[in-house]
Design a protein around this ligand. Structure first.
Ligand SMILES: NC(=O)c1ccc[n+]([C@@H]2O[C@H](COP(=O)([O-])OP(=O)(O)OC[C@H]3O[C@@H](n4cnc5c(N)ncnc54)[C@H](O)[C@@H]3O)[C@@H](O)[C@H]2O)c1
Length: 250
């Protein structure tokens, strides 16, 4: 019997990287998974990967930066699967790489819209659905940059710090209503988000910043997310977990 048997889950940004691995792990543990993304081909590829492994998944296009689309995504989960027990707000973008005094206003707005407001929009509609379904778990994918600075990344760092506060606030509000809400803070993880923006030299420099001397794998993050989303984590709420090869311990 899988850890998430008889559960239904939605994962945003599940067409790539960390979100895809979370969807695969959830399905392998028995959950029915609604895979969501703005990149339909990639999202549908995740669904095919789940089905090849005999799991259950469906795809739904939703932009996490749009409240209407976040609501539609939750409605789809309720209609298709008859309930919602687990949500992972994972969709995110990197943004421009320049200091605060030069940071483009439209770049700031976009990163905050997707990486911070998107998590609020997600929870705004997920929580009523979880309540209707008898409770469950939300995991928000933040970052180690939800705790510390990273030069030339002000919007990303501000958004991820905001996600931690938002997670704690929501967790406290719903702690007695059988909804657990936590955040994960990955260190640098080998995903397209990183790979498409990095030279090999920058990559090597990043590896050195992690005491383990390497970057993380999406599957390592998915393991933690699966545990947090399962009844094994029944007393865990309002917490945020670095998974970073020791980065924040320095
Ligand atoms: N890779 C890392 O080093 C790292 C580290 C810490 C935190 N994170 C966080 O993990 C999450 C996933 O990142 P990843 O590295 O897997 O990135 P990725 O680029 O591989 O995947 C992100 C996915 O989100 C989708 N997406 C982008 N904007 C969207 C939107 N508005 N609505 C819905 N989907 C959207 C993309 O199409 C893509 O499929 C992000 O929140 C990111 O900030 C990543």
């Amino acid at each position: 019997m899988g850890l998430l048997e008889n559960k239904t889950a939605l994962v945003t940004g599940a067409g790539s990287g960390i979100g895809r691995e979370i969807a695969l792990h959830f399905a392998a543990e028995g959950a029915k998974v609604l895979v969501s993304d703005i990149n339909d081909l990639d999202g549908q590829k995740t669904v095919s990967m789940v089905r090849e492994r005999k799991g259950v998944a469906e795809y739904f296009h939703a932009n996490s930066g749009s409240p209407q689309e976040c609501e539609a995504l939750v409605n789809e989960a309720m209609n298709k699967f008859g309930g919602l027990h687990i949500a992972v707000n994972n969709a995110g973008v990197g943004g421009p790489s320049v200091p605060v005094g030069e940071y483009p206003i439209d770049g700031w707005d976009r990163v905050i819209q997707i990486n911070l407001s998107g998590v609020f929009y997600g929870m705004r509609y997920q929580i009523p659905a979880l309540l209707k379904s008898g409770g469950g778990s939300i995991v928000n994918i933040a970052s180690i940059l939800g705790q510390v600075a990273f030069p030339n990344s002000c919007a990303y760092v501000a958004a991820k710090h905001g996600v931690i506060g938002l997670t704690q606030n929501a967790a406290v509000e719903y702690a007695t209503q059988n909804i657990r809400i936590n955040a994960i803070e990955p260190g640098f993880i080998k995903t397209p988000l990183l790979e498409k923006n990095m030279t090999p030299e920058a990559f090597a420099m990043l590896e050195k910043k992690h005491p383990m001397g390497r970057l993380g794998e999406s599957s390592e993050v998915a393991e933690l997310c699966t545990w947090l989303s399962s009844s094994k984590a029944s007393f865990v709420t309002g917490s945020f977990y670095p998974i970073d090869g020791g980065y924040l311990a320095q």
